[in-house]
Design a protein around this ligand. Structure first.
Ligand SMILES: NC(=O)c1ccc[n+]([C@@H]2O[C@H](COP(=O)([O-])OP(=O)(O)OC[C@H]3O[C@@H](n4cnc5c(N)ncnc54)[C@H](OP(=O)(O)O)[C@@H]3O)[C@@H](O)[C@H]2O)c1
Length: 329
């Protein structure tokens, strides 16, 4: 199969608002050793892309400077040493960057097969949220069947995935969200109780239920102290972002008395091997959930590649529920 030399890509022309995203023509990247080249059909849009565009989340030094952390499509070429994929295979993959383009490269071990019966549009919505949720909620937070799990931002891409994975694991799921409509979606996805944080205090709701064993938080700020109060004894608070700020004054004495754990992680700067281990865990534990219909991506909206700025306006409005995708084919 012959490949073009040039392709369409969305570039960040300078740090700023959505208007700095520009459609450009650039060289098709070449897969290095252990990498594959994907002909992108759909690319997922994530909040970290908007942070990168604003200049607040620099890509790691070896990554493409183009935005885009996940994509689904067809394997178009193999780098030296790749044996696990063949040209033409349909994959969905975590990317170091560069998903907002006709072609993207990524380590072969960061790609997963498109789940049985799923289209490429839905498949493109899986990697960033599944890698983040599984590695933080299960590998780091150790969530187990029967435990109580609280996720903030329950209607976000991350939240809608976390609710369904935790529910499939047999946990009791609680979620916060900012409207009645968003709360209804959280409960439809498997939360036994969604909490509209504008009207209700999640600390009281969780206290009544016996406390959360694991909390996945992206809000930070004054939520950090409140989360520690909402945690049960031996509970684990896992921090994945700080939408309301990363600084807080905390009394740590209860954490010691109640044997709680405060942890967190961010996916993108982790090494290739760490991401490959998460991919293996997803294939073993999450892909069967998808194939059993227990995890279905919630898609809010689709935009053509050239409307990437509109997609960013939508995600930054927080009006969306679930995932936003860019269509390239
Ligand atoms: N650590 C990692 O590796 C990693 C990886 C991926 C994503 N993330 C982070 O995880 C978060 C979710 O990502 P996503 O792509 O799923 O984003 P998303 O769909 O845009 O969701 C963010 C949601 O958070 C809520 N929110 C926004 N600002 C808030 C605030 N100041 N206080 C309380 N809630 C707020 C909004 O819902 P409401 O209407 O309910 O407020 C919004 O829908 C982002 O912060 C992202 O940076 C971290």
């Amino acid at each position: 199969m012959s490949l073009p030399e040039r392709m369409r890509a969305v570039e960040i022309s300078r740090p700023g608002g959505p208007e700095v995203l520009r459609l450009a023509e650039v060289a098709v990247p070449e897969p290095g050793p252990g990498q594959i080249l994907i002909e992108v059909a759909y690319a997922g849009v994530n909040r970290p892309d908007a942070l990168q565009r604003a200049g607040a989340y620099a890509p790691p030094p070896s990554a493409s400077p183009l935005p885009g952390l996940e994509a689904a499509g067809r394997v178009a070429a193999l780098g030296p040493g790749v044996t696990e994929w063949a040209v033409g295979d349909q994959v969905t993959a975590l990317l170091p960057g560069g998903g907002y383009a006709d072609y993207a490269v990524t380590p072969a071990a960061h790609a997963l097969p498109v789940p049985e019966g799923m289209g490429l549009r839905e498949a493109a919505c899986l990697p960033e949220t599944c890698f983040t949720v599984w590695s933080n909620v299960v590998m780091r937070g150790g969530l187990k069947a029967g435990e109580r799990f609280l996720v903030h931002g329950g209607s976000s891409g991350i939240g809608t995935t976390a609710i369904q994975i935790a529910n499939a694991l047999g946990a009791r799921v609680f979620a916060t969200a900012g409207s009645a409509e968003k709360c209804a979606v959280c409960e439809r996805l498997g939360a036994e109780r969604a909490i509209n944080y504008r009207d209700e205090d999640f600390v009281s709701v969780l206290a009544e239920a016996g406390g959360a064993d694991v909390i996945l938080d992206m809000v930070g700020g004054d939520y950090i102290a409140r989360n520690l109060r909402a945690l049960a004894e031996d509970g684990r608070l896992v921090q994945i972002a700080f939408l309301q700020g990363a600084k807080a004054e905390i009394n740590f004495a209860p954490l010691m008395m109640r044997r709680q754990t405060l942890t967190g992680s961010t996916l993108r700067p982790q090494g290739d091997l760490a991401k490959a281990r998460i991919a293996e865990a997803l294939l073993a534990h999450v892909w069967p959930m998808i194939e059993a219909g227990r995890l279905v991506p919630v898609i809010d909206s689709e935009f053509p590649l050239e409307a990437a700025a509109e997609a960013h306006r939508r995600i930054e409005s927080s009006g969306h529920i679930g995932k936003i995708v860019l269509a390239l084919r």
